[in-house]
Design a protein around this ligand. Structure first.
Ligand code: SAH
Ligand code: SF4
Ligand code: F3S
Length: 503
């Protein structure tokens, strides 16, 4: 079993070089074309991560700061990066002026996500001037893009280190190179690497924890950059996932969120066992952890067995994030989502029949190339028909290298904005109606902490994932309580505790 990283770039480029052409002589940038290839090689699983001897303790008395953009996958990667840095002796800081290492863990999903990062990188120039020994690094999905790496080389010389999503485990070595050389260190693998199992993690908080079940995505929706930045679908072995969940339960975590770009495809890459996401959930269901959630489900792979397992309830929460993207079959086809409006609605009907109290949430893109007003109306009518509890809504943003970026971006910005606005109006009304239906009902809430806006108020979530504010003693944080909903707003609920839940 071998895994080749043919497109590995492990090159340093001299900051003194002026043009991209010069860099190209000894710098092989990441390639979206290579990232698109899906090889047949097995993925090896490694259990032997360690900090090289010469880097042990190198961060003693020093501080790191990680700025994270993008999805939960990236948030969780930042926990791993923090784990590696802490194993090297670094401690965390929120103060840029105090930091010795600043890493930007970036997201490439839409143009505005990237613009934000470039803005912040610009601002780091001043900080770097104050502290020339500061190591400034860029990692995450943007690093996987050739155009981004070239732009950084050309216009952001304050950056010392660029690494990608597939080689996080190489951070100690890369950091060493960045420290001891005057040159920008760039290592981005266009092709996915192996699965590294035992990397350390510094988790945020001690109530909820993220657990990766798979990496990458093979769906290649035509608008989406993720299959290029995250590589092919690779599932973690069930025994490794289960061991991690058991350990989190033992440590007293109350909720886990299973992560994958397309969790329903879990296990499809196993050649030795027939084992899918439904099987995994059926085992995790038996572990003594109060709450289990997962994200994201692709409608195409959502099978009956999975619905059957979810219907067993228990610690499997009644919250299903099921991105639809569009209500028009024609648009879905152009997006290569591989389902029709009817198939999606039938799936929703089955889910609702099996899990009557399930809250459904979704992602929707407006203004996909060629989307007509009629096709947009189909999205609005689907939203009404399904009755989502919440929707994440986006204006289409062309991503270089994806097939949709080759299609004429025909919907004017103003029209995209108008459609987004109309969609949000419809969804907000539905969200409010759904919340109002909970008034006076008693729901189970996990108290997760203080409210972000008022430290005198507690905040928690229902089984369906809705935010509830309530008053109570701080000692209740981390416990399950039954709450009567007293007030329902569009995005939040208010309630009063009626009883503690025995677990
Ligand atoms: N794997 C998840 C989604 C990951 S990206 C899934 O398939 O559901 C999160 C959301 O960003 C997507 O669901 C989509 O709605 C949105 N998105 C992705 N690419 C986009 C683009 N180019 N422009 C606008 N929104 C996009
Ligand atoms: Fe992107 Fe589609 Fe994969 Fe989701 S399933 S990450 S939208 S390509
Ligand atoms: Fe963004 Fe990468 Fe996640 S592009 S949405 S951080 S997988």
């Amino acid at each position: 079993m071998t895994v080749k990283n043919e497109a590995t770039t492990d090159l340093k480029s001299a900051k003194s070089q002026k043009t991209t052409e010069d860099f190209a002589k000894y710098f092989q940038p990441p390639s979206l074309k290579d990232a698109k290839k899906r090889g047949k090689e097995d993925v090896r699983v490694h259990y032997d991560f360690g900090i090289p001897e010469e880097m042990q303790g190198i961060g003693k008395g020093k501080h790191y700061l990680i700025r994270t953009y993008g999805c939960q996958m990236n948030e969780h990667d930042s926990e791993t990066i923090a784990g590696i840095l802490e194993q090297m002796g670094y401690s965390s800081t929120e103060d840029e002026m105090e930091a010795d290492v600043v890493l930007f863990n970036t997201c490439a999903i839409r143009e505005n996500a990237e613009d934000k990062v470039f803005g912040e990188l610009g601002h780091m120039k001043r900080i770097k001037k104050n502290n020339p020994n500061l190591i400034l690094g860029v990692c995450g999905c943007m690093s996987q893009e050739e155009s981004v790496v070239n732009k950084i080389l050309k216009s952001y010389p304050q950056v010392d280190l660029i690494f990608g999503t597939h080689n996080i485990h190489r951070l100690p070595v890369l950091l060493r190179d960045a420290m001891f050389s005057k040159e920008m260190v760039i290592e981005v693998w266009s092709k996915e690497g192996d699965i590294i199992e035992n990397m350390p993690k510094v988790r945020e908080g001690n109530i909820k924890a993220w657990v990766n079940i798979m990496y990458g995505c093979d769906k290649f929706c035509t608008y989406c950059i993720v299959p290029y930045t995250r590589g092919k679908e690779r599932s973690r072995r069930p025994e490794d996932v289960i061991a991690e969940v058991r350990e989190l339960a033992r440590q007293g975590y109350k909720e886990i969120m299973l992560l994958g770009q397309n969790v329903n495809a879990y296990g499809k890459d196993f050649e030795d066992i027939k084992y899918g996401f439904g099987d995994l959930l059926d085992e995790i269901r038996k572990i003594d952890i109060p709450r289990v959630r997962f994200t994201t489900s692709h409608p195409r792979d959502f099978d009956d067995h999975l619905i059957e397992v979810l219907a067993k309830g228990g610690n499997l929460m009644e919250q299903i994030h099921l991105p639809v993207q569009s209500g028009s079959t024609e648009v879905l086809k152009k997006m290569a989502r591989k389902y029709t409006r009817e198939h999606y609605l039938e799936l929703v009907r089955k889910i609702k029949a099996a899990i009557p109290h399930a809250a459904l949430t979704t992602d929707i893109i407006v203004g996909f190339p060629g989307e007509t007003e009629e096709q947009f109306q189909e999205t609005l009518s689907l939203v009404e028909e399904v009755g989502y509890d919440f929707a994440y809504t986006f204006m289409y943003s062309p991503r270089e290298g994806t097939p949709a970026a080759e299609m004429a971006d025909s919907v004017p910005e103003e029209v995209k904005k108008d459609r987004l606005h109309r969609l949000m109006e419809v969804q907000n009304r539905i969200s409010k109606e759904k919340n109002l239906a909970l008034q006076n009902q008693i729901v189970e809430v996990l108290i997760e902490g203080e409210s972000k806006t008022n430290p005198d108020v507690l905040a928690g979530r229902t089984r369906t994932g809705k935010l509830v504010h309530l008053s109570g003693d701080k000692s209740l944080i981390g416990t399950l309580v039954n709450v009567r909903i007293t007030e329902a707003k569009t995005w939040t609920l208010w309630g009063e505790i009626v009883a503690k839940v025995e677990v």
